[in-house]
Design a protein around this ligand. Sequence first.
Ligand SMILES: *Cc1c(COP(=O)(O)O)cnc(C)c1O
Length: 388
Amino acid sequence: MKKDTILAHAGRDPQRYQGMVNTPVFRTSTVIFPDLESYEARGGDDYKKVRYGLLGTPTTFALEEAVARMEGGHAAVALPSGLAAITAALCAFVKAGDHLLVPDSVYVPTRTFCNDALRKMGVETEYYDPLIGAGVERLLRPNTRAVFCEAPGSLTFEMQDIPAIAGAAHARGIPVLADNTWGTPYWFRSFERGVDVSIHAATKYISGHSDVMMGLIVTNERHWLAVRKTVAEYGYAVSPDDCYLALRGFRTLGVRMRQQMHNALRVARWLRSRPEVMRVIYPALEDDPGHAIWKRDFEGAASLFSFVMRPAAERQVAAFVNALELFGIGSSWGGYESLITVAHVEKYRTATRWNPGGPTIRLHIGLEDPDDLIADLERGFAQAQKAR
Ligand SMILES: *Cc1c(COP(=O)(O)O)cnc(C)c1O
């Protein structure tokens, strides 16, 4: 089956639910068993059995199955946020005395978790240059238990060579975990590129409508039980209503991703032509340093990218952002609407430097008409000029 057919059909079975097209919302804590024998046999490693609300209902399983199938993984588990998915996945692999490799461009809350919670547990995190590729081999130690990746970095968009990193890690039997929120299960086939455990902030494109907090971990067969058991041990459960909403959004992931990529390219190319802009950082652009790897490994691009403004006073940056009417100022991305943030990344780097020569501004391009978005940005630049 092709990708768009999987999106429309995976994770549902109308005849099981009186012909209903969508798997209904099942709410429960308790599941009642017909006799003591079946109750006592409920456990084990089959996490697709309905046995207790904490471990999921048919609504949860429908979403998990659809996402795992789309990405080509063995199975998936839903968690209450993208960050919970990252931290639970890491905890499935590391223990006191272990060493963990994380790219310097990583999502900042992932870095905070490594520096605080993992450090307290006795895990040493080493940050590496996201462009290291096969050179990661030099950083592997006998106690390295996982290599974490994120391609591209979600503020600065360095494109990682995941197949090269995975080649080096796998040669030593070390699993590769990747935050694939930008790639999505639609544009990046993680498991064909060497990822063992793929992590998503489903809050973003998967749910797609800025109304759900959720994470998903998709794994290959080898690492499934370790990850699933860790999630169960931490006691994470996800509301069936949220799973229903996320799966409803997921059904249209393909059309949204294609249209948002088209819109993002229009806006990115326009920005590149503007005198106020030094550089647009978007691997889907032909002259981006990450373009070749993106083209080799991804089937498309998310609509999230950054640009570097020519050196401007802080009040000019604020005038630009505040003048925009269609771009919301706020965290998150992956919804149907456009967003803007100013990325202050310099202070988080330890293995590399981020010094692009001007303010870094991140845009999320939504489903609006790109001509209207361009007109909005033009208005912003005019206000920035006035604020000189
Ligand atoms: C938003 C985000 C997360 C965390 O997702 P939440 O659901 O907000 O916890 C993780 N990784 C990346 C790259 C993100 O952008």
